[in-house]
Write a protein that binds this ligand. Structure first.
Ligand code: HEM
Ligand SMILES: [Cu+2]
Length: 547
């Protein structure tokens, strides 16, 4: 011990580099977490602007602002930017910041890989976004890149494929880092079933990433050779099969949607116990439910292709397998509600976003169950009902959880409280207007309004006006969030000078609350020891009212 301490002391001069080089060369998990989050917010902003272009066009029937071709570029790029640039890097940023702190490790296991994993992303997205300025414009075949349509993409095509490969490499490096760190660097005493749920959900997510990103890479490489090297994997005239692309794509694509929701489950399972001042109900069952969902996500892919023409037995298998996912998901929702039952709840901003997550994600889950019913999917398929469904799980689902996590942990990151008043204002505007945006789409969809089309029949006008107004208000409400977070970073506002305690939230448990706020650049030079409950064993660090 004494030796370890001396060793630590003579490394004290190892602070961060100064200026821009700090951020370019950094291998520190906190710096990289910050970079990832900054990148994700930039992408949310760009992807959000694209959705506003779409919503402006859809405000009225007829064509007002953009050409149909550009409309299709916007839907395609919006989705690619939001998924691969916004939600996934957002979660990776949170993992970077929190996984080491939650398991008592000093950093991630592979810090240099971590640096590369991040810096690949700005290049990938520069490539992708540069296609907007190429002859023929950006990819417009949908984010699912179905052939034969996507093979008609102009000069943007190789940029698209290369960008997807780069995003995949970045995801895999991040995932390997998370797995290696969690399996090898937990504090003494922290067995697997004592890990915080955010760590568990990220461990499982990382395995999903490692399993399916290569499948996507394979699929897009086959597209590339079909276009430039005269193969015909997916071209019927050469003996290939475009439906095979859909099978390969969705074998990646369905687990991908769970990659965008499992870490959210972990976040909500962290926040609700804190503000209910009770332990999470059914910890073990939450772990097993997460693992079951991950397993099932591999055997349901063809529910995206019910209308493609499959044997009846196939349709039935994919229908029932999909509906089975409702069971572990129901366990999770039940446990969140049971955690709040008779708890001493308070409603600070992170809790509000977590609660909205539980309500609104459940709506998205139910519309998903409806879509799983094969016979009726023939009616909903490719309508706005689908758009409503996946936006309910992605926006008040994935995105709200990222927002909740940032509010929850930012006092720990920066040492300054954010403004609760502006946090609540941001919450109510977001929660109301996300519903104004997407709830009407259930009805336009059931009535037959097609997705990915810039025009619609006049009877859908009112519902689309609601959607467009909702989208614009939601978008501008997010500036409140940005200012609030900047205020916390730079210590603006009334409460900035307050010295925050280590345990910022009275009911919070976990190792991250045993270190000072702001967390020092290097946490846990010596690993903490944790007891049976996963909490630190000794000293003032032990929570007073954890149970
Ligand atoms: C409030 C924020 C958002 C708004 C207003 C919005 C709006 C839209 C609109 C208008 C479309 C086009 C629908 C169509 O014509 O087919 C769309 C498509 C899509 N959006 Fe969003 N969106 C938002 C956030 C997100 C997020 C966060 C994600 C993913 C993480 C996402 C993923 C998608 C996907 C996958 C598509 C389908 C694209 C395709 O058909 O290829 N959206 N969105
Ligand atoms: Cu699916």
């Amino acid at each position: 011990m004494a030796h370890a301490h001396a060793h630590h002391d003579d490394h004290d001069h190892h602070g961060p580099d100064k200026g821009i080089m700090r951020w370019i060369k950094t291998t520190n998990h906190k710096d990289l977490g910050t970079l990832y989050l900054f990148f994700a917010f930039t992408m949310f902003f760009i992807g959000g602007l694209m959705s506003l272009v779409i919503r402006a066009e859809l405000f009225q029937p007829g064509l007002q602002f953009v050409h149909p071709e550009f409309f299709n570029q916007m839907t395609t790029m919006h989705a690619l930017v939001m998924i691969f640039g916004g939600v996934m890097p957002g979660f990776v940023g949170l993992a970077n910041w929190m996984v080491p702190m939650m398991i008592g490790a000093s950093d991630l296991a592979l810090p240099r890989v971590n640096n590369w994993g991040f810096w690949i992303l700005p290049f990938a997205f520069s490539l992708l976004l540069s296609t907007l300025f190429l002859a023929g414009g950006a990819p417009a075949g949908g984010w699912t890149m179905y052939p034969p349509l996507v093979l008609q993409t102009g000069d943007a095509f190789p940029f698209l494929i290369f960008a997807v490969h780069l995003m995949g490499i970045s995801s895999i490096t991040g995932a390997i880092n998370v797995v290696v760190t969690i399996l090898n660097m937990r504090a003494p005493g922290m067995t697997l079933l004592k890990m915080p749920l955010f760590v568990w959900t990220w461990l499982i997510t990382a395995y999903l990433l490692i399993a399916v990103m290569p499948v996507l890479a394979g699929a897009v490489t086959m597209l590339l050779t079909d276009k430039y090297f005269a193969t015909s994997f997916f071209t019927a005239s050469g003996g290939g099969d475009p439906v095979m692309f859909q099978h390969i794509f969705w074998f990646f694509g369905h687990p991908e949607v769970y990659i965008m929701i499992l870490p959210a489950f972990g976040i909500v399972s962290t926040i609700i116990p804190t503000f209910a001042r009770k332990r999470l109900f059914g910890y073990d069952s939450m772990v097993y439910a997460t693992a079951s969902i991950a397993f099932l996500s591999f055997i349901v892919w063809a529910h995206h292709m019910f209308t493609v023409g499959m044997p009846l037995s196939g349709e039935l298998f994919f229908m029932f397998a999909t509906m089975l996912i409702a069971v572990p998901t129901g366990v999770k929702v039940f446990n969140w509600v049971a955690t709040m039952w008779k708890g001493s709840m308070t409603f600070e901003t992170p809790m509000l976003f977590a609660l909205a997550f539980v309500f609104l994600f459940t709506i998205g889950g139910f519309s998903g169950l409806m879509l799983a019913l094969t016979p009726v999917d023939f009616q909903y398929h490719d309508t706005y009902f689908v758009v409503a469904h996946f936006h309910y799980v992605l926006v008040p689902g994935a995105v709200f959880s990222i927002i909740a996590a940032v509010y929850y942990w930012i006092p720990k990151w920066t040492g300054h409280m954010y403004s609760e008043f502006w946090g609540k204002t941001h919450f109510w505007l977001s929660a109301i207007f996300i519903n104004v945006t997407f709830f009407p789409q259930h009805f336009s969809g059931l009535a037959g309004m097609q997705r990915r089309v810039p025009d619609y029949a006049v009877q859908f006008t009112d519902l689309n006006v609601w959607s467009s107004v909702g989208a614009f208000v939601f978008f501008f409400a997010q500036f409140i969030f940005i200012f609030n977070m900047l205020a916390s970073c730079f210590g603006w506002g009334k409460r900035a000078s307050e010295k925050l305690p280590d345990r910022v939230w009275e009911g919070a448990t976990g190792l991250e609350w045993t270190v000072p706020s702001p967390a020092p650049y290097h946490t846990f030079e010596e690993p903490p020891t944790v007891g049976d409950d996963g909490e630190p064993v000794t000293g003032a660090a032990r929570p007073a009212a954890a149970h």
